[in-house]
Write a protein that binds this ligand. Structure first.
Ligand code: F6P
Length: 541
């Protein structure tokens, strides 16, 4: 038995014991629980005391992290080793948000100089667009940007923009991801090609959806601009600049293969957001993430927010057989966080083999889903409270939802009080006796109270994590996203999987091409399965 499988067995045994106890009782027997399980990190506060673990369970989880060498793997990541072992790549998104004098290397090759050069070029471009020094082909200043990209080339920038955009932005930033032409049509509606910049974002510059949308945007520009003038409106952001130039981009901003798509929002992938928000705001996002990097690198494991957040998830998945988690950000600005986390976590940790190719001996990443609060409360929270299976919840709670309104704490209270109430209700619940007493107090007779009480009973003892942000500042948003990135990595270390490849998305891409070929030929190929062939025939009519 390896040290890891021994630690896993111990961890599972303790978790099983904890499953039989109630979270509220843990508070009663451990006066230091809130303090021990609440950590501050880069301006955020993470409360894990409403999780199902006892003090013993918490320690067993930390032992598991130590045995799996979380610290060693973390140092390998920051040290630029080939952490993405199936593609032989370093994983260095922290280098993108590091201080200007940082000195990162990817597989031994220094990268910080190039990072700074790109960052400076982005800053210049953002300032020049803002000042009107950089204009379109007909010398008019840009007033709108259409950002084209999908997956990691879309979700992070979109999240940043929604979280930090001013109410009345000077640049009208629109995003297009879907290959459904309606997405592009909606984005272009009302825009003037002469004042619109199109930013095509694709790490590979081969993604079908992005290239199709880029062609649509180019055709739209071409209706008003000559090819020479149009080039000033087409910007590429990619790790394959030669492809972007060949396609027609007048300018390109690059990043390297050691930046994973879903970890790329710190790079030129966020160019359009940096332009529309202003460079100073984007820089503050980077600073917030950098502060979280510093915390992750230096805090002891038992006070390390990304590590503890990861361990809580591993405890639920591995220890308690809970294979889903809902995320509810209580801020309209963070409404895209669940979508961003779906890619970050499920594309990173939805794996069935370990780093060495052998089958996993654990469950790996859960299903992640969510909606902003309070909207989710009126949709799926019923099941979180009363469904027979436990779904752990995560509340991201913001004291001041807008940076400009620092005195608006009371205005935000109806929002955050709901988050606190949900977490409390999940933990405390309501017994059948309490439900019955309430019904009788409200005038029901005994028979009616007995009939309805089971429906009004809440089992409680349902775990949740709460992440507090004092305000929706650029720094806090940067720190929050970096917190989730490192958490995802730590989980991958414990599950012993490669969190940085995504081979699972490839098969569908290949088959979609084959189906399109059949459509061109006018009939399904004989080797196609009968169900797919029938569906295709019906769609081709
Ligand atoms: O299909 C999955 C994926 O490769 C993601 O990992 C990536 O973020 C997205 O597609 C977009 O890729 P690209 O930036 O190369 O267009």
């Amino acid at each position: 038995m390896t040290a890891r499988s021994q630690a896993l067995a111990m961890f599972r045994a303790v978790a099983k014991k904890d499953a039989g106890s109630r979270i509220v009782h843990q508070f009663a027997t451990d006066p230091r629980r809130t303090e021990r399980m609440g950590v501050e990190a880069a301006g955020l506060y993470v409360d894990l005391s409403k999780q199902s673990w006892s003090a013993e369970g918490f320690e067993a989880a930390l032992d598991l992290a130590r045995t799996c060498d979380v610290e060693g793997r973390r140092n390998a990541l920051f040290g630029g080793e080939a952490v993405n072992n199936t593609q032989g790549r370093a994983v260095l998104h922290p280098a993108l948000r590091a201080a200007a004098d940082a000195d990162f290397s990817a597989l031994g090759e220094p990268v910080s100089k190039e990072v700074n050069e790109t960052r400076n070029a982005m800053a210049r471009f953002a300032v020049d667009i803002g000042s009107g020094a950089e204009t379109g082909g007909t010398k008019q200043p840009f007033t709108a940007i259409v950002h084209i990209g999908i997956g990691g080339s879309d979700l992070g920038p979109r999240l940043l923009w929604d979280a930090l955009r001013p109410l009345e932005p000077t640049i009208d930033l629109r995003f297009v991801a879907n290959i459904d032409p309606r997405d592009m049509a909606e984005a272009l509606s009302g825009l003037d090609p002469e004042t619109t910049l199109v930013v095509v974002v694709s790490k590979t510059f081969t993604t079908q959806e992005t290239l199709a949308n880029a062609d649509l945007a180019k055709a739209w520009l071409a209706e008003s601009l000559s090819p020479r003038r149009m080039a000033r409106h087409l910007i590429g952001v990619t790790a394959a600049p030669e492809k972007a130039e060949a396609w027609g981009c007048g300018k390109t901003f690059g990043f390297r293969d050691w930046v994973g798509g879903r970890y790329s929002l710190w790079s030129a992938v966020s160019l359009s957001v940096a332009v529309a928000l202003g460079w100073d705001v984007f820089e503050r996002v980077l600073n917030g993430a950098q502060a979280m990097d510093e915390h992750f690198l230096t805090a002891d494991l038992e006070r390390n927010a990304p590590v503890l957040l990861a361990l809580a998830q591993v405890f639920n998945v591995e220890g308690l057989d809970r294979h889903a988690r809902t995320v509810a950000p209580y801020a309209h600005g963070l409404r895209r966080l669940p979508a961003f986390l779906q890619q970050l976590e499920m594309e990173s940790n939805g794996k069935r083999v370990k780093r060495d190719g052998s089958g996993v001996d654990t469950a790996t990443g859960p299903v992640v889903f969510g909606e902003p609060g309070t909207n989710g409360q009126h949709a799926f929270f019923q099941q979180i409270h009363q469904g027979p299976k436990v779904v752990p919840a995560e509340f991201v709670v913001v004291g001041h939802t807008s940076e400009g309104a620092m005195d608006a704490r009371e205005g935000d209270a109806p929002l955050w009080s709901n988050a606190l109430a949900q977490a409390q209700a999940l933990m405390v619940g309501k017994t059948e006796a309490e439900a019955k007493a309430e019904l009788i107090a409200a005038g029901a007779d005994k028979a009616e109270a007995e009939r309805l009480a089971p429906h009004k009973t809440f089992p409680g003892n349902r775990p949740s994590t709460t992440i507090l942000m004092d305000a929706l500042t650029p720094e806090a948003v940067g720190a929050l996203i970096a917190l989730y990135e490192h958490k995802t990595f730590v989980e991958g270390v414990i599950w012993d999987i490669n969190s940085f490849d995504q081979w699972g998305v490839e098969l569908g891409k290949v088959l979609a091409k084959a189906i399109l070929k059949d459509v061109e030929a006018g009939e399904p190929s004989p080797s196609l399965d009968p169900s797919t062939a029938e569906l295709m025939k019906r769609l081709m009519v």
